[in-house]
Design a protein around this ligand. Structure first.
Ligand code: MF3
Ligand code: CO
Ligand code: CO
Length: 266
């Protein structure tokens, strides 16, 4: 069996490849750092997209989403009950909105992909708890990454924690291999059973990007073909890191140089 990779081989990147993808991951993280102070009530998501686009281009890089399978903007911005792939536009942020901004850059042929949650003003209590649980689930998943362990171990670490907090894990979207391409093997499911799925090996590069709903896990995609929302209109949150498996664990390529992890960023 192929360990849940749909028959696709998982690329094992070499020692020298870590430097390339590390630079791309850092630029994605720096873009997320840059946008932080601009997220406030009254600003449009289109303006945030424009600021990210200009920052990425100014750093000799390309925003990977732009024109990717027809996607029309440079980043994804997903507000409140939007799960992922929200398209920036005229929507103005209002007090208490929670939003995910997802940045993917291409730098010297390497992809760097990361996302974080932000708040316009102050979040409600449930929104704050949802973001905290989602961030903690990401870090628990990453803590399970080690040669010899499996993707099922990673998914299980995320799912068991999220469900213990009475939230739900989205099944319809997953993390992915990344490196010289935007999306490659393996699919990184955010649920699973210990010991199942592909065995982790040094040199594997992939994202972990759990989407967690306050209510039921089901999602639907709107008529624009991109925007995924919770079917029950409950709040949803997501954080994403890109990692490389090392000899004794993993390296996170998208840590914030500013030290920003989860809201509040002060
Ligand atoms: N950055 C997203 C991910 O984490 C993918 C966005 S694809 C787009 O995989 F086309 F919507 F931008
Ligand atoms: Co991703
Ligand atoms: Co992403």
């Amino acid at each position: 069996m192929d360990g849940g990779t749909d028959g696709r081989r998982i690329t094992l990147y070499g020692k020298d490849d870590f430097a390339g993808v590390r630079a791309a991951g850092r630029l994605a993280a720096e873009t997320l750092d840059m946008i932080t102070e601009h997220v406030k009530p009254g600003v449009t998501t289109g303006h945030l997209d424009k600021l990210c686009h200009e920052y990425i281009v100014d750093h000799d890089s390309t925003p990977a989403p732009l024109n990717y399978r027809g996607y029309p903007k440079s980043v994804c911005i997903s507000i409140n009950h939007v799960v992922c792939h929200g398209i920036p536009g005229e929507r103005r942020l209002i007090e208490g909105d929670i939003l995910n901004i997802d940045v993917t850059v291409i730098l010297d042929g390497w992809f760097g992909d990361s996302s974080r949650m932000y708040v316009a003003g102050q979040p409600g209590t449930r929104a704050r708890v949802l973001m905290d649980v989602t961030y903690e689930s990401l870090m628990r998943g990453i803590a399970a990454i080690k040669p010899g362990r499996t993707l099922g171990d990673v998914g299980h670490a995320i799912q068991s924690y999220v469900e213990s907090q009475r939230f739900s894990v989205v099944r319809d979207f997953c993390g992915h291999g990344i490196g010289r391409r935007f999306h490659e093997a393996p699919n990184v499911l955010h649920f699973g059973r210990p010991g199942e799925g592909a065995v982790l090996r040094p040199g594997m590069f992939f994202t972990v990007e759990p989407m967690v709903n306050a209510g039921r896990p089901e999602v639907k995609v709107l008529d624009d073909g991109w925007t995924a929302v919770t079917r029950d209109r409950s709040l949803s949150a997501q954080f994403e890191h890109m990692v490389g498996v090392t000899e004794d664990g993993c390296e996170i390529f998208t840590m914030s140089p500013a030290g920003y992890t989860k809201p509040p960023y002060v």
